[in-house]
Write a protein that binds this ligand. Structure first.
Ligand code: NAD
Length: 295
């Protein structure tokens, strides 16, 4: 059993932290908003009045925040690292820029603190079921220390390489996910416009060569699948603005290495248009509305 500080209890952080509470860890949690905190205190976690209070005496500090600015702002801007025991292990599960992950890890190391970047894949359902994939960057020894706790929140733990590598791998995965979701939405809208039932078409694609994660577990068309954001007005899930952020990170990584990512660039523009249309807070599978019109 560890004393774990968990900061950032949104769509992903709250279910991840709940799995750690169920596993019997002593959890101290903090978020700027009350909803996630309430879920955790009901499960027996202690609520802290600030991030600094949460990390005091923690063996492991886990953060699950929206973007680079939040992670840099907390660890460096608010100087949270100064309040963390040098013997503690810090694991940031947010998806952020690789340079930001390296910068914060280097600042942690300067204080003798081990830090991993460990972004996740698997969505909110994977977070709730404890079946996430962790994509880890950092020192192998630090990962060996963190692995038992990561395995209580996920099924697969990959070591991508040194600090920042987890973020690079995650960005590549999400660029592909953004492209596949937009492509799935486009194909479904085409089929429906030509007289097909979206459920029947989805079943066909799910067993044919066009199948992918969206057709298998995260269908974007309303009413085709239960328990996905499309069937609850695109509430919860993975926000369009978070996907837009990840496609922006992919684009920055491409510019930095003079790589060509034409499909990633097109997908980024599609999600940007969708966000500008007022859908930024909806789950990213709502991109289907660009093709089928609003509902
Ligand atoms: P979210 O917006 O639902 O949750 C983020 C939480 O962080 C919010 O509750 C917010 O109040 C809190 N927060 C922000 N700044 C804070 C601070 N300084 N101190 C304390 N709390 C703070 O986002 P999410 O969907 O949970 O995603 C979190 C990260 O995981 C993002 O980087 C996202 O790209 C990534 N991700 C999300 C999914 C998904 O399906 N939602 C899947 C994989 C990865």
């Amino acid at each position: 059993m560890n004393r774990i500080a968990f900061i950032g209890l949104g769509n992903m952080g709250a279910p991840m932290a709940l799995n750690l509470a169920k596993a019997g860890h002593a959890l101290v949690v903090y978020d700027l908003l009350p909803a996630g905190v309430a879920q955790l205190t009901t499960a027996g976690a202690q609520s802290a009045g600030s991030a600094k209070e949460a990390v005091a005496g923690a063996d492991i500090v886990i953060t699950m925040l929206p973007a680079s600015q939040h992670v840099e702002g907390l660890y460096l801007g608010e100087d949270l690292l100064a309040h963390i025991d040098p013997k503690a292990l810090v694991i940031d599960c947010s998806t952020i820029a690789p340079e930001a992950a390296r910068k914060v890890a280097a600042a942690a190391q300067a204080r003798g603190i081990s830090m991993l970047d460990a972004p996740v894949s698997g969505g909110t359902a994977g977070a709730a079921a404890g079946t996430l994939t962790f994509i880890v960057g950092g020192d192998a020894g630090a990962l060996a220390r963190g692995r038992p706790v990561l395995e209580q929140m996920g099924r697969n733990v990959f070591h991508a390489g040194p600090a920042g590598s987890g973020q690079v791998a995650k960005i590549c995965n999400n660029m592909l996910l953004g492209v596949l979701m937009a492509g799935t939405a486009e194909a479904l809208a085409l089929g429906v416009a030509n007289g097909l039932d979206p459920k029947v078409l989805s079943e066909i694609i799910a067993k044919s060569s066009g199948r992918n994660w969206a057709t298998e577990v995260y269908n974007p068309w309303p009413g085709v699948m239960d328990n996905v954001p499309a069937s609850r007005g695109y509430a919860g899930g993975f926000g369009t603005d978070l996907m837009l952020k990840d496609l922006g990170l992919a684009s920055e990584a491409a510019v930095a290495t003079r790589s060509s990512t034409p499909l990633g660039a097109l997908a980024r523009n599609l999600y940007a248009m969708h966000s500008a249309g007022g859908h930024g807070k909806l789950d990213f599978s709502s991109i289907v509305r660009l093709f089928k019109g609003g509902d």
